[in-house]
Each structure stands twice: as structure tokens, then as C-alpha cells.
Write a protein that binds this ligand. Structure first.
Ligand code: ADP
Length: 532
């Protein structure tokens, strides 16, 4: 342009015009057209006042749409300034017929929308495939999870997917295994607790905060005469007719404190002393129920009574011979000593009383030894035949004195071995035979019989003595029990022999008993485990 070689410009713009199907016009700053691809230059007027040209000479990109008189159609003009050192000295304008642009836009739209539709179709196809590949394994996992949730913890979550969903399934299985393990641990713990509770020596009752029975152990059922299936979830005051228990349970909940009291309950028609404790149970900081523990004290009270009775009886028994000794020694000291006959008589009595004292103390010591060794006695194999023959020998003299015959019956050539303790079993037999001779009148008979009773061996001592009333047969095994105190004074018994025998037999795991008919005789027996 600077060189004013408009010919070359004309060629150049014509080439571009063909390539772009457009009309190109070059206008100098005075409005003279120096190049145009559609209209001859001489037919063109000055273009300086064309709107787009004015805009371009102002330094902008001029855009105009109007009817072209020279091209005779609607045209879109775009003009851009041509500068040299910031000086606009010409404008190049490119113009298209509107229909061309419309055609172009139509084509463009068609391509655009076809492309859009195509890509939409492809995208939805892809998304269907992807979602299918996700939903199928999710469905599989969800089905497996449903079964696990229903309680089948052996169910494994499986999936054919090998992406993140496979990891998810693996993690779910891991979590399920951990839960299963925890549940089985909790189950074990629960069983252990239930075992402890059911075998406890106390009655246990669990109530909720409203006073409904949740659980009872076996002992509570029998102690309170309740059956768990019948009273479960029932209010305690509706099923238990014991005001003390109901009231203390109520106090325990309302006052939230541990209560320990001794109360009396009636169980199966019998009064029972129990130590009752009521402990509040908490769940997440709030009171959720009461645990009631009932411990039967009746036996303990009985035992302590038995102990104090024993001390009283023992002291009484000791006191009698001691008083007698004291009486005779005083009489001797006060002059009887000088009378030879009296002196001898009294000293003999004192000697006899001393023997009685020694015998009593020995019995007491024996009793306490057997009691203290009750649980630690070492059982050995004992030959009953040998015991019988040695005891028989030691009593033959005493029996002969009263003209009483002693016979021994057992199978010949048969051995009678039992699990026991030689010395103690001998003592039992001694006590039986001693009593049999003591309580059998002259010319009577005593029989010792040994026999097999399945897994046991029975040893019986019969006599033809005075016998024992039926209501007293069980009591003869009690300490210091004598059927007829005055009668026995003469015979010199303390009422300890049979209780020692009972203790010995029970400590050896055997049983002892008596059958008797007053005036006819008695049979004392023991059963001991056979030693093979
Ligand atoms: P004791 O030393 O008084 O004989 P035991 O404990 O051996 O004490 O006996 C308790 C009581 O049982 C005796 O006092 C006696 O009344 C009664 N008894 C024991 N054995 C016989 C028997 N074989 N016949 C009749 N009564 C007996």
C-alpha cells in the first residue's frame, strides 16, 4: 500500500477472495477505493462515509450490515484499520453476502447439532455401560448384606467386580468377621456369667427400673416358689408376696442406693432367714434396674446354734464328773480319809470319774480331729475282714462277761476291700459293737454281717437289745444325744459314739443308718465303696 502498487494488492485480494468466498475492499484514508474483488474500481464511489469505514479509521473494528448498492444484496461488512507507526492510513474491508453467512450458520448448526446428538448418544451409551458395571456388583453386595443383616454371619459378600467394589466387599467381609468374633466373645462371656449366676449359692433376681422381673436363677425360683417362664416381664409385686423384698427393691431404685438387710421369707411353707442385698444397675448413667441377691442364712444360724449347743453340752458333760470328783475329794478331806473302807470306795469312784473324763475328752478330741480332717482324709484300700476280726477279738472278753454271743457272717474265701481309713473304720465298728453289747441284756446276741451290694460293701451289726423308738432313730447320730439320759448314765455313754461314727463314714463318702424295733433289737449299718 505504501508503495502504491495497487495492482499487486488487487491480485492478492482476489486470491484471498477466491479462497474465502468473500468480497475484499481496500480503502485509503481519503475514502478512495484502491482494490475491490467484486466491483470495478471506476464504478465505485468514495467510501469514506461508510459507517464501518468511519469506525475503522477511528481505530476500531468496524462492523455493519446493510444493503449494498454496488453488489445489490444484503451484506455483512467487517473493516479493520491498516496502520504504519500508529498512523491509520488505510482500511481493509471484508464482506459477505448475508445469505452466505446464513448458509454457513445453517451448516454450522447442522454439524453442531448432529455432533451434539452423536456425542449425547455415545455419552449415554458409555454411562449406561458404566452404571451397569457399578449397579450389578452393588446389587450383589446389597443382597449379601441383607442376608448378613438378617443374622446369617456365615454369609460372605461376593462380587465379580474387580474394582473398588471388590475392595469394599473385602472390607465388609473383614468387618463382618470382626463382628462375628466379637459376638462370639460376648456370647461366651454371657454363658460364663449365666453359668456363674445359675450355680451361685445365692438366689439372684434381676428387675428392670419399672420392677418387672427380667431374670431369676434356679435357686431364686425354688426359694421364692416362682417359675421364670411364668413370671418373666411381670411386675415383681404382682407375683411375689413378700413385702420386704418389694419395698427394698423400690427403695433401691428411688433412692439409688445399695441396700443390705436381713429379712425373713417363707419358702415352701418354711421360714427362712436370708441376707438380702439390693444393688442399683446403671445403663449410660441412668438407673436401669435392680439386682437382688438372697443368701440363705438358716443353715449358718442353725450351725452357730449347733456350735453353742455343743459347747454347752460338752461343758455340762465335763462338769458332771468334775463335780463328782470335787465332791468326793472334799468329803475325803473333811474326814472320810480316816475311814479306810470309805477312802477306798471314794478313791475308786474318783478313779472311775477320771476315766470317764479321759474317755469324754478323747471322744471330743476325736470328733474335732475327724471334723477338721473331713475334706483331706486320704482314702486307702481297707480289708474289712481284718478289721472285723481284730474288733471281734477285742470284744470277746466283754461279751463273755454278759454272756452275749458275737457271730460274724460273710462269704468264705471272698475278699471285702473298701475305700476307707483303717483306724477310723475300726473305730466305727468298735462304737457299734460297744453299743450293741451295752444295750443288749445278758444272754443276748450280737451279729456282724458283711455282704456285697453291687458297687458297695455293707457292714451290719445286729443285736437283740432294747432297741430304739422309731422317732429317735435318726437323732441317735446327733452329738450328745442319748435316748434315755438316766438309763445311759449307768452304761456310761456320752452320746458321742454314733456321731463320731457318722462323721467318719460321711468323710469317707459312705452312708450310715439304723433300723430298730424297741424290745427286739437294732441293726446299725454302713455302706462303703468297694475297692476293686
Ligand atoms: P453313747 O456313748 O451314749 O452310747 P452313742 O452316740 O453311741 O452314745 O449312742 C447314742 C444313743 O443311741 C445311746 O445313748 C443309746 O441310747 C442309743 N443306742 C446306740 N446304740 C444302741 C443299740 N445298739 N441299741 C439301743 N440303743 C442304742
Amino acid at each position: 500500500l505504501k508503495e502504491e502498487s495497487y495492482e499487486r494488492i488487487q491480485q492478492k485480494i482476489e486470491r484471498i477472495s477466491i479462497e474465502t468466498s468473500s468480497r475484499i475492499t481496500v480503502i485509503l484514508d481519503d475514502g478512495e477505493v484502491v482494490g475491490d474483488t467484486e466491483v470495478k474500481l471506476d464504478q465505485l464511489e468514495n467510501h469514506r462515509n461508510r459507517a464501518e469505514i468511519i469506525q475503522a479509521f477511528e481505530g476500531n473494528i468496524g462492523v455493519e450490515k446493510r444493503f449494498s448498492v454496488s453488489a445489490k444484496r444484503e451484506m455483512l461488512y467487517v473493516a479493520i484499520p491498516v496502520t504504519d507507526q500508529d498512523q491509520i492510513f488505510a482500511v481493509v474491508r471484508i464482506s459477505y453476502g448475508i445469505e452466505f453467512i446464513n448458509d454457513f450458520l445453517r451448516n454450522y448448526r447442522q454439524v453442531f447439532f448432529t455432533g451434539l446428538l452423536l456425542s449425547l448418544a455415545i455419552a449415554s451409551l458409555i454411562s449406561i455401560r458404566v452404571s451397569h458395571s457399578l449397579t450389578v456388583p452393588i446389587k450383589e453386595i446389597s443382597n449379601d448384606l441383607e442376608e448378613i443383616a438378617k443374622g446369617d454371619l456365615d454369609k460372605e459378600v461376593t462380587t465379580l467386580a474387580n474394582n473398588e467394589l471388590a475392595d469394599l466387599a473385602m472390607n465388609i467381609n473383614y468387618m463382618k468377621d470382626t463382628i462375628k468374633e466379637k459376638i462370639s466373645e460376648a456370647d461366651e462371656e454371657k454363658n460364663r456369667l449365666e453359668n456363674i449366676i445359675s450355680t451361685m449359692a445365692s438366689a439372684v433376681i434381676f428387675l428392670d427400673e419399672k420392677g418387672r422381673i427380667i431374670m431369676l436363677n434356679n435357686l431364686a425360683e425354688s426359694m421364692l416358689g416362682l417359675s421364670l417362664p411364668l413370671v418373666k416381664n411381670k411386675l415383681v409385686y404382682e407375683v411375689l408376696r413378700n413385702y420386704a423384698i418389694v419395698d427394698y427393691a423400690d427403695q433401691c431404685v428411688t433412692q439409688e442406693r445399695l441396700i443390705e438387710e436381713e429379712i425373713m421369707i417363707t419358702s415352701q411353707g418354711q421360714e427362712m432367714y436370708v441376707k438380702a442385698s439390693f444393688a442399683p444397675v446403671y445403663k449410660e448413667g441412668n438407673i436401669s434396674g435392680v439386682t437382688i441377691l438372697l443368701t440363705n442364712l438358716t443353715e449358718e444360724i442353725k450351725l452357730s446354734k449347733l456350735k453353742s449347743d455343743f459347747v454347752a453340752n460338752a461343758s455340762h458333760e465335763l462338769r458332771t464328773p468334775l463335780t463328782s470328783v470335787k465332791g468326793y475329794t472334799e468329803t475325803l478331806l473333811h474326814g472320810a480319809m480316816d475311814d479306810k473302807e470309805l477312802r477306798e470306795k471314794f478313791i475308786k469312784i474318783i478313779d472311775l470319774e477320771a476315766d470317764r473324763l479321759i474317755a469324754l475328752v478323747e471322744d471330743l478330741m476325736n470328733l474335732s480331729k475327724i471334723e477338721s480332717e473331713k475334706n483331706i482324709v486320704q482314702k486307702e484300700i481297707v480289708d474289712l475282714k481284718r478289721i472285723v476280726s481284730s474288733v471281734y477279738d477285742s470284744f470277746s472278753h466283754l461279751a463273755a462277761e454278759k454272756d452275749i454271743t458275737i457271730t460274724v457272717t460273710m462269704e468264705k474265701d471272698h475278699s471285702y476291700f473298701v475305700w476307707g481309713h483303717e483306724e477310723r473304720l475300726k473305730q466305727v465298728l468298735v462304737n457299734f459293737i460297744d453299743n450293741a453289747i451295752k444295750y443288749t441284756p445278758e444272754k443276748g446276741a450280737v451279729a456282724i454281717v458283711i455282704s456285697d451290694k453291687n458297687e458297695m460293701i455293707q457292714l451290719e451289726v445286729f443285736d437283740t437289745g432294747i432297741g430304739i423308738n422309731e422317732d429317735e432313730t435318726e437323732r441317735v447320730f446327733e452329738r450328745f444325744y442319748r435316748v434315755d439320759k438316766s438309763r445311759n448314765k449307768k452304761s456310761g455313754g456320752f452320746g458321742l459314739g454314733l456321731s463320731i461314727a457318722k462323721n467318719i463314714i460321711e468323710s469317707l463318702g459312705g452312708t450310715i443308718g439304723v433300723e430298730s424295733e424297741p424290745g427286739k433289737g437294732s441293726k446299725f449299718w454302713v455302706l462303703l465303696k468297694k475297692a476293686k
